[in-house]
Design a protein around this ligand. Structure first.
Ligand code: G
Ligand code: G
Ligand code: G
Ligand code: MN
Ligand code: NA
Length: 248
């Protein structure tokens, strides 16, 4: 049913704000997909993205996500809302030879700056075919887009192995962030990862910030950007606009 859902506009994007850790100001949004199924209600990406990756439908899903997120970014820019947009890519997207060209075309069609688009990739998506992923990420980066390594710390690769990847940002997985206030080991892991990332000239993002205490600790540790329920859950576009008004 997924190909029909794309055609029949049953897919929707929600947007989770990203905050500057120092100032607490919004500096971006991550687009996260939802499927409004007629019989089953809202299906979360955890349930259908792995299936779409197996079937190959992910290629069409990702292209829809990129187009919808860039439509939204263009609309927001017209409304005076100028924020970095992040979308998630899968392993197969990185293997498609025309992916960077696709992104270039979609950006150009909307007069959007490549530097305002972040592509989030997981370690496993990159490792599925390291050579192709390296080539693709390099092309996207040459275009001017930003590359973020998502869910960092849950995979097998070390930063030493990842230093050869063309990356701009490291997103620390939420499993390290949730216990930050109470778990001394998490604090050590996060502090040393942030230091290493900065030595490697990578921007740092912490996901899963649920409490003010975590924000305070991450600020002390020099983290750049925060994302989590403490600020906001992922929101529909109109809710996001409302949330922005309340923040201002
Ligand atoms: O939106 P939610 O917080 O439930 O996301 C659950 C998981 O689904 C996350 O790991 C997220 O990266 C992934 N996900 C959400 N939207 C997309 C998407 O558009 N493409 C891909 N590949 N993964 C997504
Ligand atoms: O792409 P990624 O795996 O980073 O997707 C983020 C996922 O984490 C989404 O499912 C999103 O809804 C979820 N999420 C975002 N902020 C928080 C948070 O503060 N706490 C928890 N438990 N989940 C979060
Ligand atoms: O692209 P579409 O035909 O769905 O847009 C329909 C109308 O909705 C357009 O006039 C556009 O200005 C408006 N619109 C598109 N995105 C948003 C949004 O995020 N918020 C609000 N309030 N209006 C939007
Ligand atoms: Mn992500
Ligand atoms: Na994550």
């Amino acid at each position: 049913a997924l190909p029909d859902a794309i055609v029949n506009r049953k897919l929707q994007l929600h947007y989770q704000p990203k905050m500057d850790c120092g100032t607490g100001q919004v500096n971006g949004a991550e687009a996260l997909i939802r499927w409004q199924h007629e019989q089953l209600g809202v299906i979360r990406p955890d349930e259908f993205i792995p299936l779409a990756e197996q079937s190959g439908d992910i290629l069409r899903v990702t292209r829809w996500v990129c187009q919808a997120a860039l439509d939204q970014q263009q609309y927001w820019l017209e409304q005076g809302i100028d924020i970095q947009m992040a979308v998630n890519l899968s392993a197969l997207d990185l293997q498609a030879d025309d992916f960077a060209e696709f992104i270039a075309t979609e950006l150009r069609a909307r007069h959007l700056s490549p530097t305002k688009l972040t592509l989030e990739v997981t370690e496993s998506a990159v490792m599925a075919d390291l050579e192709k992923a390296q080539k693709r990420l390099k092309e996207l980066r040459e275009l001017g887009c930003k590359i973020a390594l998502d869910d960092y710390g849950t995979g097998y690769a070390s930063l030493a192995q990842l230093k050869h990847l063309p990356l701009d940002k490291l997103k620390l997985d939420q499993s390290f962030i949730r216990g930050l206030d109470s778990d001394a080991n998490d604090r050590i892991i996060v502090q040393s990862t942030l230091s290493l990332a900065h030595e490697l000239k990578l921007q740092t993002v912490a996901e899963g910030v649920e409490e003010q205490a975590a924000w305070r600790l991450l600020r002390q540790m020099g983290c750049d950007t925060l994302q989590g329920y403490y600020f906001s859950r992922p929101l529909a576009a109109v809710e996001f606009e409302q949330w922005l008004k309340n923040e201002a």
